[in-house]
Design a protein around this ligand. Structure first.
Ligand code: HEC
Length: 130
């Protein structure tokens, strides 16, 4: 049950209106990494500890070699590959999340699962290579 509560907090943080942000908010690599820090009880998911293992376990079977988003198992190389599919301003609307949960291609991760939640949490916190 904890993952569900935590996911709710993530979603609440991700969906909180922040005024008139508009389409110009593309500063994904800015230092404003405290933006999504609502000081919830849960730490955001990390790339190396949470997200990369999900991707290697659940996605790399197909996503390697000539595939789009080809993964290698190396966290640093795979980070550069995966980041273009993220959206820190709209994690659940990202190509990464939509593909993983069955909107852009067949579902691999169930919405509401800990694995899908890790993707959202990581993006909501800025999709950092941490
Ligand atoms: C059973 C094989 C398979 C698995 C497992 C799989 N994918 Fe895919 N994925 C594909 C194929 C095939 C494509 C390219 C064709 C398409 O988009 O449907 C693709 C495309 C994508 C794209 C690019 C979509 C675009 O619009 O460019 C992303 C992102 C993606 N997958 C993410 C994931 C993630 C994240 C996972 C794991 C949670 C995953 N995939 C697991 C087969 C797979």
């Amino acid at each position: 049950m904890t993952p569900r509560i935590v996911l709710g907090l993530w979603l609440a943080a991700a969906c909180t209106p922040r005024g008139d942000t508009g389409p110009a908010e593309t500063d994904a690599d800015a230092d404003a990494d405290t933006d999504a820090d609502t000081d919830a009880d849960a730490d955001p998911a990390t790339w190396s500890g949470d997200v990369h293992p999900v991707l290697t376990d659940s996605c790399m079977g197909c996503h390697q070699d000539a595939m789009p988003m080809a993964l290698t198992g190396d966290p640093a190389a795979d980070y550069d590959t995966v980041v273009p599919y993220t959206d820190v301003a709209d994690p659940s609307g990202s190509t990464l999340y939509e593909a993983a949960t069955g909107i852009a291609h067949a579902a691999v991760l169930a919405e509401g699962s800990a694995e899908a939640g890790a993707l959202l949490s990581w993006m909501a916190a800025g999709a950092r290579e941490d």
